[in-house]
Design a protein around this ligand. Structure first.
Ligand SMILES: Nc1ncnc2c1ncn2[C@@H]1O[C@H](COP(=O)(O)OP(=O)(O)O)[C@@H](O)[C@H]1O
Ligand SMILES: [Mg+2]
Length: 261
């Protein structure tokens, strides 16, 4: 199945150039704006296998590199996703990399610079990444705090692309394409998304994402046209704050009208 992707800017060129020159890529952007989809699309375009790791605060070096696993009387070594990608060549995509434990990030140092080496201390191996290996990481700078930021020494090893939510026309195309809804509904949802993002701040973190707008279009797909379905897709996931809820609810009639167009 071909993966569809609508470019936001020149991210494909940056990705290809980084890949050609064996440089790792850092993708920054809010949640649900197309980062993962873009990497999946590029993996397909470059005909590369892809390993994805959704990092969280428990993600350790072993989760990336591998570990000995108890199996009956034996303890065979099992490669982690990063090691598999380095051995076989392909893209290793670490989503929300900033969440991972510090010791996991340290592993990336030698892999992300000109050495392109992965040290596996437990097996005493040093792997050299092949030309068609690429490290891609992403994170949402919105979550960033002084406590949680990538070290400057890590950041500076990467080429970076900044993502943001698409402009209204493009988001309309994406919503309609992904959900199969009418262009009128897609437009109304894109407008809702843009308005919600203007309210980002206290009570609403960064507004309603492209992903959520697609969910809303899906729930509306049979013209059931129930406002509570829109609330479930567009408002309830992201805010409980009464004033923000009221402002977002006030925008729903415009979307409802488009459902019946
Ligand atoms: N530029 C785009 N082209 C096609 N689909 C997109 C695009 N941006 C977002 N989407 C849709 O939005 C969904 C969420 O995007 P995703 O890549 O998972 O977001 P992120 O990784 O930034 O959180 C995707 O599954 C896809 O349906
Ligand atoms: Mg993602």
């Amino acid at each position: 199945m071909t993966i569809s992707y609508h470019p936001l800017g020149d991210e494909e060129l940056v990705f290809r150039q980084a890949f050609n020159h064996h440089l790792p890529l850092l993708i920054k952007g809010p949640t649900g704006c197309g980062k993962t989809r873009f990497v999946e699309y590029m993996a397909q375009a470059l005909k590369l296998p892809m390993w994805t790791v959704a990092c969280n605060e428990d993600t350790s070096a072993s989760d990336l590199v591998g570990r000995y696993i108890l199996k009956g009387n034996e303890t065979p070594w099992i490669d982690g996703p990063l090691t598999q990608a380095v051995r076989q060549g392909g893209i290793c995509y670490l989503d929300e990399v900033i969440e991972a434990r510090q010791e996991a990030l340290v592993v990336l140092n030698a892999l992300a610079d000109h050495r392109r080496q992965l040290f596996i201390d437990k097996t005493n191996e040093v792997l050299h990444a092949p030309a068609h290996f690429m490290l891609v990481v992403s994170y949402n700078p919105g979550y960033q705090s002084v406590m949680r930021d990538l070290k400057e020494s890590i950041k500076q090893r990467f080429v970076a692309v900044r993502f943001n939510y698409p402009a209204i026309e493009l988001e309309q195309t994406i919503i309609a394409g992904e959900s199969g809804c009418s262009l009128a509904l897609a437009r109304a949802l894109a407008n809702f998304g843009a308005s919600s993002r203007k309210m980002a701040g206290s009570g609403l973190f960064e507004g309603v994402s492209t992903r959520m707008l697609i969910h809303a279009a899906m729930l509306m797909s049979h013209k059931t046209g129930q406002q509570n379905l829109l609330e479930a897709a567009l408002i309830d996931p992201v805010t409980d704050e009464p004033t923000i809820r009221a402002s977002l609810l006030a925008l729903l009639p415009l979307v409802m009208a488009a459902v019946h167009m």
